[in-house]
Design a protein around this ligand. Sequence first.
Ligand code: NAD
Length: 309
Amino acid sequence: MKAKVSIIGAGHVGSTAAHLILQSGIADVVLYDIAEGAPQGKALDLTEAMPLWNVSATCKGTNDYRDTAGSDIVVITAGLPRKPGMSRDNLLLANAEIIRNVVQDTSRSSRECIFVVVTNPMDVMPNLVWKLSGFECRRIVGMGGVLDSARFRTFISMKLGVSPEDVDAIVLGGHGDLMVPLPRFTTVKGVSIVELLDKDIIDGLIERTRNGGAEIVSLLKTGSAYYAPAASIYQMVKAILLDEKRVLPCAAYLDGQYGISGIFVGVPVVLGRLGVERIIELNLRVDEKDHFIKSANAVKALIETVIGK
Ligand code: NAD
């Protein structure tokens, strides 16, 4: 039987992720939204592309959570996106309420699913999904680091004039202004970028990566990035469904790793059919660890404003 992926929120990110998943043929997709007509219209449009993609997957648009029952993966993209001048944290309370409803309505009928959490502020939301669903922590994973590292890879490849495919990057910590790109662990075909670029250039690329989302928000004027976010979701969904054991930076539950316990925060993980199968602990220098702890503490403070201590 084909895998079933439900995407909650049929907006820019959700519908573009549906497109990528369907075009690959790896799963049937249910596209849920509170807006009437939008998920149905987008699902029909995607379904009509299937013969052109030579794919036999199905896509159902719905306003009824019962259609999501029995999902293998529930991707949460429902929520309000950022407007110019807004930080991800401004979205906190409005989107937390949306997440509460989504988890209540999906976790009971998809008891075996893995949640891929995208809604911002993304660092807080996996913690909320975990508390509300009662699921094992390995079955909840947040999308942030894959996107941040893709942006870092892009800017490095543009600077060095090499293919982005040949750049590997690791970004730890929160998916926000305190994210921690790690130049020492960022390589071009195995060579660390600290050997290829001057420090001030690397600092500039890190700064652009930190502001990667805001740069797009200010260009678009309405809405925020969705092509690269959707591609990041697709990479994670594929890693889970095909049990690829990909090593990807994701928000995952830490239980003592990196000296942090009790929260979800961005770290490299092994992502496979069981969800977060392993946390990879990098051997960080003192300054790198300090940045990471600072970032994790900022995430913790945000979590406490929504969930309490
Ligand atoms: P969008 O406005 O295009 O889509 C959001 C959709 O959610 C809308 O269709 C809306 O009707 C729907 N929605 C609102 N409340 C809902 C509810 N209670 N139940 C179901 N659906 C509901 O926004 P977008 O650009 O697709 O972004 C979606 C979210 O993803 C935002 O929170 C955005 O900040 C976040 N995002 C995160 C990342 C990341 O890296 N984690 C990247 C991009 C966007």
